[in-house]
Write a new protein. Structure first.
Ligand code: FAD
Length: 546
């Protein structure tokens, strides 16, 4: 069955019609990774997500596949090693979504890292994270640094380090993992909320799932249940009556988007801001984005928003190190706020809290996975499914094969690998350009879809003017997009990276989705208002209101 929004009810009926080996609650990167791993080992697996896939933290990150330089400072050596290995693996498995980008680390008198500490730190980082020889760090003199990045203030500048980070699109990566899970037999449904649990005696045996589109409720039975709901994990532990011991500590992180011409950086940069924290600024096509903040959060989990204070903190940080840029609130065209689901440690500030993941097992049998990073999702999934698999074989269900996701490709990357993708990208950019697609747009599309660009182009009838419509159809029929926001935020990234295109395309997107999904006028209006609220949220609220 296709992964289409039109098949959501059928997927839910199928899920409710059998006893699953595993029910995963939460469709962010953590849940998607678990569904992928479990499906490739042969488990029957269902996944439910109460919003859209990746609508929680997994579309609101800095969008980096990190080697984890900052963990080195906290001496989390094991974590640096693990994420470094994972990064290399992902680059080969999903090369369209993972792109190397040299990051500059400017060194200032009195800054976080001194010159020799930076040099030794980056050297060690390269070794621990298993960085390829040609991508190892370079240390630059003060003059060379200013030549490479003329916008930096020269006051107190001592030089810089250049090291390789990898850029990604977090929401598309999550979708890609979800689609790969589905292609391996998993069943996944968005806008499907786990409202309460089913028990047999004291043991958890599934959940009541409410379809938030039709209002219908389904009883989904499963031998094992995993709570992978990121910032919401404690809510589900509470529903299960097992919220005790360690708890989550939510911190909010905000990113701002400004037009590239207002902050024309030569490369991504990781720099000190006046309060001693460090912030990224990352050029990406026609925009540059800046982030992040890291502040304790106890507001509503479903809708974290950026405040004027968050915005001003980031703008001041940029203006301090890039004094000629003089960014003002009027330059901000978009942005996003996300919540880090970290594990509480007494007496630690937000930035000091570990980014490590941890598994909690409740007396009812509910397995909760909390903490972690986008980058480490595959390993987190492996640990979780190892536990599920062990429990299933102890219960005499069957034994399953060990984890295989380190040998399997993601669906849009196929067997290309990073070198094959470079060739494929050249070939397809040329093909699309010859048909009249602008080079930047062609490259953007190839990175969004990988091998599936061929299907999108086919759906467009090989006509440039039909591309957006083809993207909408593909999103609905092959990627379960249900609302305009699903398309314009998480399938195309337009709200963040192409604000004008997003605003100009909204009416057409609504019309096409109305045709595809048979919306009446009031459903279309509801989806329009929803998208408008999302567009408003990208501009900060006054601090006092939050
Ligand atoms: P989520 O993505 O939040 O997914 C949980 C899902 O569960 C949600 O979609 C939610 O709707 C769903 N859910 C909740 N309750 C229910 C229910 N009852 N029924 C069904 N579904 C439910 N990591 C990196 O590797 N690189 C980075 O550059 C990076 N930058 C970051 C920057 C910021 C500002 C933040 C906040 C995080 C960053 N991270 C980064 C960390 C990374 O984004 C997170 O660790 C990761 O996205 C968490 O994914 P998750 O699936 O656990 O949670």
């Amino acid at each position: 069955m296709r992964f289409s929004a039109k098949n959501r009810s059928k997927w839910l009926e199928e899920m409710a019609g059998e006893k699953l080996d595993l029910l995963v609650i939460g469709g962010g990167i953590t849940g998607a990774g678990i569904a992928w791993d479990a499906a490739t080992r042969g488990l029957s697996v269902g996944l439910v997500e109460k919003q859209d896939y990746a609508a929680g933290t997994s579309s609101r990150s800095t969008k980096l596949i990190h080697g984890g330089l900052r963990y080195l400072k906290q001496l989390e050596i094991g974590l640096v090693k693990e994420v470094g290995r994972e990064r290399a693996l992902l680059y080969e498995r999903a090369p369209h979504l993972v792109t190397p980008a040299p990051m500059m680390l400017p060194i200032y008198a009195g800054g976080t890292y001194g010159k020799s500490a930076s040099s030794i730190g980056l050297w060690l980082y390269d070794r621990l994270a298993g960085v390829k020889k040609e991508e190892r760090r370079q240390m630059l003199s003060r003059d060379r640094t200013l030549e490479k990045e003329p916008l930096l203030t020269s006051r107190g500048l001592k030089g810089s380090g250049l090291y390789v980070e990898y850029r990604t699109d977090d929401a598309r990566l999550t979708l890609e993992v979800m689609k790969t899970a589905v292609s391996n037999g998993a069943k996944a449904v968005n806008y499907a909320e786990a409202e309460s649990f089913l028990y047999e005696g004291e043991k958890i045996r599934g959940a009541h799932i409410r379809d938030r589109i039709s209002g219908q409720t389904y009883a989904v039975e499963a031998r094992q249940v995993v709570n992978a709901t990121g910032p919401w994990v404690d809510r589900l532990r509470q529903t299960d009556g097992s919220l005790s011991g360690k708890r989550l500590h939510l911190t909010k992180g905000v990113h701002l988007v400004v037009p590239y011409e207002r902050f024309p950086l030569e490369q991504p940069i990781y720099f000190d801001v006046p309060d001693g924290r460090m912030v990224f600024a990352i050029p990406r096509g026609r925009i540059t984005y800046i982030g992040t903040t890291d502040t304790d959060y106890d507001g509503p989990i479903d809708s974290p928003e950026m405040t004027a204070e968050d915005r001003d903190y980031l703008l001041e940080g940029v203006n301090h190190v890039f004094p000629e840029v003089r960014l003002t609130p009027d330059d901000v065209e978009s942005g996003w706020a996300g919540l880090r689901p970290l594990i509480h440690e007494e007496g630690k500030s937000p930035s000091e809290l570990s980014r490590k993941d941890e598994i909690f097992q409740s007396p009812t049998g509910l397995i909760t996975i909390a903490g972690g990073k986008l980058t480490g999702f595959r390993k987190m999934a492996e640990r979780t499914v190892d536990l599920v698999s062990r429990r299933l074989s102890e219960a005499g269900v069957h034994s399953f094969t060990p984890c295989r996701t380190d040998q399997t490709s993601l669906i849009g990357g196929g067997d290309l690998g990073s070198e094959g993708f470079a060739r494929y990208r050249r070939e397809w950019t040329q093909k699309l350009e010859q048909a009249g697609v602008e080079k930047d747009r062609a490259e953007e599309l190839i990175h969004l879809y990988g091998l599936h660009i061929e299907e999108v182009w086919h759906r467009a009838g090989k006509e440039v003017q039909s591309l957006l419509r083809a993207q909408v159809e593909f999103a609905v029929e092959e990627e379960m997009a249900v609302t305009a926001a699903d398309v314009l935020i998480r399938r195309t990234g337009d709200l963040y990276f192409h604000r004008r295109r997003c605003e100009e395309g909204l009416d057409s997107v609504l019309d096409w989705m109305a045709q595809e999904l048979e919306w009446d006028a009031s459903a279309r209006e509801q989806r329009r208002q929803e998208m408008e609220r999302e567009m408003e949220k990208t501009h900060p609220q006054a601090s006092a209101a939050v």
